[in-house]
Design a protein around this ligand. Structure first.
Ligand code: IPM
Ligand code: MG
Length: 360
């Protein structure tokens, strides 16, 4: 039976990069017999402009019915003045929470061809291959109570709640452990157990869940130290597992080690492996509509989609190999360009990946 992929282009560079990823899907369908169909729907600012809400009911319904979701990016300065309840980001957060996508996988891999593009010295980052496992539907992002209230003395007070149940910690730690079993067998759980009770519990649960995996070496690190270690000696890490907010911050930091945030895909999975796939970068309003955006993170997100939701690991590998050979050939979008390489735009990059796929 054919698999259904819901495409959510979103805002800013979202539509540009997603259409390159769709070229790749079409190529796999036409040339490699991948049995998929694609539907498109609105999310984020585009949805707000069209119908007044960043996550229309129809979009949510399509997403629930789809086998996987591919998303571009949401947000932009145009929608910043809106009330927080209808900002584009709410569309993304709503999808994550409504679909139960609690496990966010953010690989930070350095392509050897791009070692020069990193701001860190090549010897610090060469061979880098970290998997950040971020809890995505809990913690301070969703904790209640939250808001801004008026105090008696006339000033306002803002507040959010960092909250995790044992079961929420346990299931994300298990995801990290399972992933570690298939790679370096080391998991570093990142918390702030020296200050925050909630993450003191996180650490206790991580130790308990981790004891079921005798083959995986579990370590613990405070988040401030983890941030420092990521830029000091990032290759010490194999899999990192952490809370929603710490994961948000650390994954941007890890992304930059690889030279460009424009290269990194992500997967957000539910209990059954259904997932939403998106580049980890944002909507880049500064370059939107100019044909300059790097589509490779979105194309690599399609590879993750094939691997985790469609059970097509060999097609996933083909995409990754095609990206590799395009990088080998010296083509670069501006974000990853360096002296001696050939600068191309968004659609030329997408076409080059499709050509490499066809040639394989
Ligand atoms: C991310 C983004 C989102 C987040 C924003 C756009 C809501 O930064 O996916 O990392 O904070 O989770
Ligand atoms: Mg982020």
């Amino acid at each position: 039976m054919s698999k259904n992929i819901l495409i959510l282009p979103g805002d800013g560079i979202g539509p540009e990069i997603v259409s390159e990823a769709m070229k790749v899907l079409v190529c796999l369908r036409d040339d490699y017999g991948l049995d998929v169909d694609m539907d498109e729907a609105l999310v984020g600012g585009a949805a707000y402009d069209a119908i007044g809400h960043p996550l229309p009911e129809a979009t949510l319904q399509y997403a629930r019915e789809a086998d996987a979701v591919l998303l571009g990016a949401v947000g932009g300065p145009k929608w910043e003045p809106l009330d927080i309840s209808v900002r584009p980001e709410k569309g993304l957060l709503g999808l994550r929470s409504e679909l139960g996508l609690f496990a966010n996988l953010r690989p930070a891999i350095l392509y050897p061809q791009l070692a020069e593009a990193s701001t860190l010295r090549p010897e610090v980052v060469s061979g880098l291959d970290i998997m950040i496992v971020r809890e995505l539907t809990g913690g301070i992002y969703f904790g209640q109570p939250r808001g801004v209230r008026d105090l008696e003395n006339g000033e306002k007070e803002g507040y959010n709640t960092l909250i995790y149940k044992e079961s929420e910690v346990e299931r994300i730690v298990r995801v990290a452990m399972d992933i570690a079993m298939k790679r370096g067998r080391r998991v570093c759980s990142v918390d702030k157990a020296n200050v925050l009770e909630c993450t003191e519990l996180w650490r206790e649960v991580a130790i308990r869940a981790g004891s079921d995996y005798p083959d995986v070496e579990l370590s613990h690190m405070y988040v401030d130290n983890a941030a420092m270690q990521l830029v000091r000696a990032p290759k010490q890490f194999d899999v990192m597992v952490t809370t929603n907010m710490f994961g948000d911050i650390l994954s941007d930091c890890a992304a930059m080690l690889t030279g460009s945030i424009g290269m990194l895909p992500s997967a957000s999975l539910d209990e059954n492996g259904k997932g939403m796939y998106e580049p980890i970068h944002g909507s880049a309003p500064d370059i939107s509509g100019k044909g300059l955006a790097n589509p490779l993170a979105t194309i690599l997100s399609v590879a993750m989609l094939l691997r985790y939701s469609l059970d097509e690991p060999s097609l996933a590998e083909r995409i990754e190999q095609a990206v590799n050979s395009v990088l080998d050939s010296g083509l670069r979008t501006p974000d990853i360009a360096s002296p001696g390489t050939v600068e191309v735009g968004t659609s030329e990059m997408g076409d080059a990946v499709v050509k490499a796929l066809r040639a394989a």
